[in-house]
Design a protein around this ligand. Structure first.
Ligand code: FAD
Length: 434
């Protein structure tokens, strides 16, 4: 099964698609076009780039192979979190203390960008502040405490360390021994947010085309793209196609896609809990994730459905008995939900880089790419869009903080990188339980 078949199958039954009113389909490109910047991909990274570029006076076109938000952006866990999937240590080791600290501050700015856009546009993205990271064992608690101390040192957050009763005030579950609570991070309905960005981009004059596959890229300059058989000329290109870029257009960016790996992750949504049940289980409505390598992440939707994510798959095949296994994980955390009906099951692919740090760079002076969000891109894509727009507009300092990060290709080439990664992950999963 190809990544695209598997992706379509995974998106069929998403809570988010069921709880949003999508605008009418946008017309595909059917004429030649000349723009300042061509953006490949109508997810959060592509739309954010387009908005930030348009705000700086550039003429922008976004090409989306499917529908806007049909990729990871419209179906994720909804957790808009400060920081990076790699943790700060990787950034510190590679960039030094000052640049790593600058990157940390930019990760806070990423959440600020999201909140500001929601507020300024009045979009109904269902923003809810508050995030909890929790530990399932004493060993994991020690790792969490180190993370807490490091976060305190990096600054910019209002943090609390929680154990015992204090943790129960946020989360009524016996599955955890400690937690970190902070309120800069929060959660949203990601598809509503993505469609809110689409409206914002269109208001700024960005041309957005759905069902428009970028099939080929001649880097030029000027760059020439083939989209639905039509020629598009552009001074700059931003590749924001995430995991499906090589599937839609293998010839577009062979050098970048070897640096990320598609990893499947899955979610279920229950029927809405009663207000009393919701307040009992998650009194502060904070988004939750644990600090296991293969983590559980969950939150209450605005209608009190519990949206519970977890599991991973390192092949493009959907795991067997997925709904039951997801439900079992949820019941381990909340035994009282044993009989709560599960109404939705869906999933998608995250673009992990080998070291889990974001991978932003250039494949030519005027062809940029944004990828490697490693399951942490809901807010970070906003920052990615801002720094790539700054770079195209002539000020690349902040983009280059990220572009300086070294990334490795996944070992084994196309044929072996999945099994090699699966082996590595099996080891980490084992460590979660030790
Ligand atoms: C189940 C799940 C849960 C997650 N949970 C969280 C979370 O709680 N918090 C968090 O921070 N992150 C989370 N993530 C990750 C987050 O969703 C992503 O990091 C983010 O959405 C990436 O945005 P993007 O724009 O790069 O990619 P996408 O949203 O995937 O957009 C890329 C788009 O490019 C299009 N495209 C590709 N190739 C072409 C082409 N050749 N021509 C035209 N269009 C093309 C695709 O169709 C797609 O729509 C999760 C991801 C998944 C799948």
């Amino acid at each position: 099964m190809s990544l695209l078949d598997s992706d379509t199958q995974l998106n069929r039954n998403s809570y988010y698609e069921a709880t949003v009113q999508r605008p009418a389909e946008l017309a595909p490109l059917n004429e030649t076009l000349q723009v300042d910047v061509a953006v490949v991909g109508g997810g959060l990274a592509g739309l954010s780039s387009a908005i930030e570029l348009a705000q700086r006076g550039h003429q922008v076109a976004v090409f989306e192979a499917d529908r806007v938000g049909s990729g990871a952006s419209g179906r994720n866990g909804g957790q808009a979190l400060v920081g990076f999937a790699s943790g700060q240590a990787e950034l510190h080791a590679q960039l030094g203390a000052a640049a790593a600290q600058q990157a940390w501050a930019m990760s806070i700015e990423a959440v600020d960008i999201m909140r500001a856009r929601i507020q300024a546009s009045g979009m109904d993205a269902q923003w809810q502040p508050g995030a909890l990271t929790v530990a399932v064992s004493q060993r994991k608690q020690r790792a969490l405490r180190q993370e807490f101390d490091a976060m305190l040192k990096h600054g910019g957050l209002d943090l609390s360390w929680l154990d015992g009763q204090a943790l129960q005030a946020h989360l009524r579950s016996d599955a955890y021994v400690a937690g970190i609570y902070e309120t800069v991070s929060g959660h949203v309905h990601p598809l509503r947010y993505t469609l809110g960005l689409l409206a914002l981009a269109q208001k700024l004059g960005v041309k957005v085309y759905e069902h428009s596959v970028v099939q080929a890229l001649d880097m030029g300059p000027p760059a020439r793209l083939r989209v639905n058989g039509q020629e598009v000329r552009a001074d700059f290109v931003v590749l924001a196609g995430n995991c499906s870029l090589p599937a839609w257009s293998p010839a577009v960016a062979p050098r970048v896609h070897e640096r990320i790996m598609p990893v499947g992750t899955y979610m279920i949504a229950t029927s809405p809990l009663s207000a009393t049940q919701a307040a009992e289980l998650m009194p502060t409505r904070a988004a939750v994730c644990d600090n296991n390598f293969v983590l559980d992440y969950y939150r209450l939707g605005a209608d009190n459905s519990l949206l519970f994510g977890g599991r991973v798959s390192y092949t493009t095949r959907t795991p067997a008995r997925l709904a039951q296994r997801m439900q079992q994980r949820m019941v381990t955390v909340f035994p009282s939900l044993r009989d709560q009906p599960v109404h939705y099951l869906w999933g998608g692919f995250v673009d992990i880089s080998m070291n889990r740090a974001p991978d932003f760079g250039r494949i030519a002076p005027h062809v940029y790419y944004l990828q490697g969000f490693s399951g942490h891109g809901l807010a970070l894509t906003g920052l990615a869009g801002r720094v790539v727009a700054e770079a195209i507009h002539g000020q690349a300092d902040r983009f280059d903080v990220f572009a300086r990060l070294r990334h490795h290709r996944f070992p084994g080439g196309a044929r072996w990188r999945t099994p090699v990664l699966a082996l590595g992950m099996a080891f980490h999963r084992l460590r979660d339980w030790l």
